[in-house]
Ligand binder design. Structure first.
Ligand SMILES: Cc1cc2nc3c(=O)[nH]c(=O)nc-3n(C[C@H](O)[C@H](O)[C@H](O)COP(=O)(O)OP(=O)(O)OC[C@H]3O[C@@H](n4cnc5c(N)ncnc54)[C@H](O)[C@@H]3O)c2cc1C
Length: 383
């Protein structure tokens, strides 16, 4: 007699931050200066990210993900950011597009795109900023005109993370006075991708300048409500992006701290070592305190996102503002503590310094976060 096992197969396990930490230490950190110098991440690293299930782990199982919660996602992006901000940036934008398809896509778009996106095939890029400027999205010049049942897209997007690698672009374009989001294959006729090099930080994030010249799109290219993308697709994707950048910034502080703990313990100073010097100790204590505080803010933003709490918007601004400015400060102090060693070629702390500055600009600059947070001042003090 045979017995049939009627139990459901165990669901795939979400990626584990401890395992990802080991992956970062053994496979990324030994090679990260090479990525920075080459201004690209190698294919074998991208394959490892797929094997570890890191591209869009928050997607539900039915769409190829592992249903990873946002608090865990923040920890994962912290670990990757501790090793390589460029790779973390690629995860950020790919995650933003995958999230948008899941949250705003119709059944056909979800079925067609999500299993591939969960595995990073294709990679996706988020195309909002144009040469006309990024902070004020209302000035966007890229536009789409109705054409039969579909659309014709024309315009120019700049500074697009992962643009050199992506097979799918999420493009925000004006449709009349409103904004609509479009899913555009990178190989659609009329799309031209030009690599951007020589960027200050996140040098291996394979940025591109992308032109859309009369690109014809079907009606199924529209993601979310036509004309309402600014309040829907864009807002929720940027929220996720802020959580990811904030978490990556926590990782930068951690990497700065590790480098400084090592050098201050061994660098001679007077009768002792640098770690004995009070002014140096102050910088180390700020790094430790800010990392803890920033990590807690990320966890709070993640928890509010997990529970669909409207407070997530402000929480993500606060987390991103605090973590990005603290990372810029920590990386600057790390260069200071290393002295000339921090200024040399292939200096890890010099890379952190350049990467951290970028954290203050992307996903809403520090000034825009400050402005948005201040708008909530009255709500904060009302019991
Ligand atoms: C490495 C890198 C990767 C990027 N990746 C992407 C990507 O994948 N997709 C994408 O769409 N974009 C991307 N960007 C663009 C990024 O989103 C923009 O740089 C950002 O939104 C800021 O826009 P901007 O650079 O045009 O600066 P601007 O908007 O011109 O602002 C310049 C300065 O003025 C300040 N400022 C602007 N408005 C105000 C205001 N109202 N009050 C006070 N100060 C203000 C800003 O804080 C900033 O300091 C990337 C940029 C970089 C550097």
């Amino acid at each position: 007699m045979t017995t049939t096992d009627t139990r459901e197969p165990a669901p795939p396990a979400p990626p584990d931050p401890t395992r990802v930490r080991e992956f970062v230490d053994t496979e990324i950190r030994p090679r990260v200066e090479e990525y920075d110098e080459d201004e690209r991440v190698p294919d074998d690293l991208l394959r490892r990210v797929t094997e570890l299930g890191l591209w869009a782990p928050f997607l539900p199982e039915e769409h190829g993900g592992t249903g990873t919660d946002m608090v865990t996602l923040a920890r994962l992006h912290e670990e990757v950011g501790r090793g390589c901000s460029s790779l973390r940036s690629l995860l950020t934008v790919h995650g933003m597009v995958s999230w948008s398809v899941w949250r705003w896509g119709d059944q056909d778009q979800r079925d067609r795109l999500l299993p591939g996106l969960a595995a990073g095939r294709p990679l996706a890029a988020f195309c909002l900023t144009g040469p006309e400027g990024g902070s004020d999205t209302s000035v966007a010049a890229t536009s789409a005109e109705p054409d039969g049942g579909g659309w014709v897209l024309t315009g120019h997007k700049k500074w697009i993370t992962g643009g050199q690698l992506a097979g799918l672009f999420l493009v925000f374009a004006r449709t009349g006075k409103a904004m609509t989001a479009f899913l555009v294959p990178a190989d659609a006729p009329g799309v031209t991708v030009r690599p951007l090099s020589g960027i200050l930080g996140t040098r291996a994030s394979m940025l591109a300048d992308i032109r859309f010249d009369q690109v014809r799109l079907g009606p199924d290219a529209v993601l979310g409500p036509p004309g309402w993308a600014a309040a829907t697709v864009m807002t929720s994707a940027l929220d996720l992006g802020r959580l990811s950048v904030a978490s990556g910034s926590v990782g930068i502080i951690g990497a700065a701290l590790e480098a400084c703990a090592e050098v201050t313990a061994t660098r001679p100073s007077g009768d002792g070592v640098l770690a004995d010097r009070q002014l140096v100790r102050r910088m180390l204590s700020d790094m430790i305190t800010n990392r803890r505080a920033a990590r807690l803010l990320c966890a709070e933003a993640g928890r509010l996102r997990d529970t669909d709490d409207p407070g997530v918007v402000t929480a993500s601004w606060v987390a991103k503002y605090f973590a990005a400015t603290a990372a810029a400060r920590a990386a600057s102090d790390a260069v200071q503590i290393h002295g000339a060693l921090g200024c040399g070629p292939r200096s890890p702390v010099a890379r952190l310094y350049r990467d951290a500055k970028v954290m203050e600009i992307i996903e809403g600059s520090t000034e825009l976060q400050q402005t948005a947070i201040a708008d909530h001042a009255h709500r904060e003090v009302t019991p």
